[in-house]
Every structure is written in C-alpha cells, then in structure tokens.
Design a protein around this ligand. Structure first.
Ligand code: NCD
Length: 313
C-alpha cells in the first residue's frame, strides 16, 4: 500500500488491501519480528467521540511496534472545549507526534485533518462517514475464515448511519462478493454510498427481511442501530429492536455462516449466538491488533520513504 493517510475505504485498491492483510498475517505469525520496529516514534490518539476497541487496539498495536502513544484525554478537558478549531488542534498535535488516529463526530473531519498536517492520519470514524481501519480488520476476519472471493455477504442493521458499513461495502467491491443489504426502509444505505457502489458496477441487493437471503450467506455482518446519530429520538424508538438475531434465527443458515459485528452490540445478537460456531465477533475484535500493527507499520514506512525522497531533493 503506497498511501500517506487512511481516510476512506474507497481509496483502497485490492492490492492495497491484500498488502496490509498479508502483513497482518506476518504479524500474527511472528509478532516479535515487529517489536521495536518504530521505537522512538509517537502515535497521537485523538478521540473526540467515545471508543473502547478502536482506541485501545491502536494503543496496544502502536506499543507492540515500539511506539509511544499520547492521548487528548477527555474532550471536555482539552482546548476543544474552549472553542479551538479542529484544524488548529491537529496542527498543534502534529508537532507532538509522528502519526495520528482521529475519531470525530463530523463527517469529513479526517479529510480536513489530513489537509492540514504532514504526518500520517488514520480516520478512526468520522460521524456517519467512514471507518476504514475497522474495514481492514473485518476483511482480515473474512479472509481468514472464507477467503475474499466467491462469497455472499449480508450486511444488516443501521446501514444509514453505520460508518463501518459504508467502508466495508466500498472495500468489498474490490472482490468477487455478492453483497446483500438488510435494513428497515428508513435505515437504507445513504444515497451517496449507493451512488459510489453503482459507480463500481456493484449490484445493490436490498431487503427488509433477513429470511429472504439468510440461507445463501457465507457472512452475516450485524450492526448496532446508531442511536446517537438520530436527529429525532422517536425515530430511533420506531426501529430499535427490529433486526435482532438469536441462535434459533440461525437454524436456517449454512453451517459455515460466519456472524460478525464491529461491536459494541446492544441487543442485535442474543448471547445464545455466542455459544454457536457462527459467532466470530470476538475473534474479529482481536484481529484489531495484527491489522492495526500492519497498518501503522505500513503508514510509518511510507512516511519515512517520503522523508528520504524529500531529503534527496
Ligand atoms: C463502531 C464505530 O464506532 O463505528 N465501533 C467500532 O469502532 N468497533 C461501531 C458502532 O459504534 O456501532
């Protein structure tokens, strides 16, 4: 992957994805070979929205590469609460760190940050926009379980506000994958995402009922209804609780069906699914370590190559 930042999954080609996932496999096979690779470098964790998995796995991944990490702490205790603009904040942080991971409630925040700094920026979620590093670990999980071609994938839940869905759907167009989208009418994929998918020639198969496709699926990717993004809470309550699965729902699924979820789950997947061979969401979350190590390693390597080219000029 020859990229300076990771902002959106649409920037990733099949080769880019495979290069990171190959490296993630190398990391998983021999993590010691990557220890201290980036010693002396600092990663800034800039989280303007809550996060457990993404923040902690980037923190852990960076440390396993020998990096130090710094965080902003609570947004309320940072200068953001004094009204500082995002572009000023990231310009300052650029002087403290060699790379930054940014999560922000506004769509486009990571794009803006990348325009203002020269260190690598990873978009760790921009509002209802994109979450491309989650996609890399999702693809790694799919690849380890099924390979990435000749597959049928169902993506279910909040397709409107779910940024992991927007990134995953875009990335899957690089592979021979039939994608099915299952949601209530009001939470269909947004027009812009549908447009981008059409542009790639991907066929959009949309359903309101999981039973229409369950039996055909190799992967079922379940997502949380993104309560915090609904402008109107009544609208949330109208759709909350629809699209739940339990072990019985999966009686009609293929034995090899892999059930994934970016987590956190609320009530979309009943705990009895955890006991089935379908449950893959904890493995998926754990894949955050090798995949984010591979991603950081790649971006740091690219940044160092850029510096050398600059120095040779
Ligand atoms: C997701 C997110 O933040 O978009 N979580 C994650 O990073 N694993 C999904 C969600 O919040 O529902």
């Amino acid at each position: 992957m020859r990229q300076d930042h990771l902002i959106t999954a649409t920037q990733l080609s099949r080769d880019d994805i495979e290069a990171v996932l190959d490296r993630a496999r190398e990391v998983a096979d021999d993590p010691g070979a990557f220890a201290d690779r980036h010693a002396g470098h600092v990663l800034a964790l800039c989280f303007f929205e809550p996060s457990t998995r993404t923040r902690m796995s980037f923190d852990s991944a960076a440390k396993r590469l020998g990096m130090e990490t710094i965080g902003m702490g609570d947004v309320d205790s940072s200068s953001v609460s004094k009204g500082e603009s995002l572009s000023d904040t990231v310009r300052v942080i650029e002087g403290y760190a060699d790379a930054m991971v940014l999560r922000h409630p506004s769509e486009g925040a990571a794009t803006l940050a990348a325009e203002h700094v020269s260190v690598p920026v990873v978009n760790a979620g921009d509002g209802a926009g994109q979450h491309p590093s989650q996609t890399l670990l999702d693809l790694h999980t799919i690849r380890e379980n099924h390979g990435l071609d000749d597959l049928t994938v169902g993506i279910m839940g909040d397709l409107k506000y779910g940024r992991t869905v927007h990134s995953l759907a875009a990335a899957l167009t690089n592979f021979d994958v039939n994608q099915h989208f299952i949601s209530p009418e009001s939470l269909r994929l947004p027009r812009s995402v549908r447009f981008d998918l059409h542009e790639t020639g991907a066929q959009l198969r949309e359903h309101t009922d999981l039973d229409d496709v369950l039996g055909d699926l190799d992967v079922l990717y379940v997502t949380r209804i993104q309560k915090e993004r609904f402008p109107d809470e009544n609208e949330y309550h109208r759709v909350a609780g629809e699209y739940q699965i339990d072990a019985e729902t999966l009686d009609d699924a293929s034995d090899d069906l892999t059930v994934m979820h970016p987590l956190p789950r609320v009530d979309e997947i009943a705990p009895d699914v955890d006991e089935t061979d379908h449950a893959t969401y904890f493995e998926q979350a754990h894949n955050g370590i090798p995949v984010r190590m591979a991603l950081l390693d790649t971006l740091m390597e690219n940044a160092e190559a850029d510096e050398e080219t600059e120095a040779d000029r």
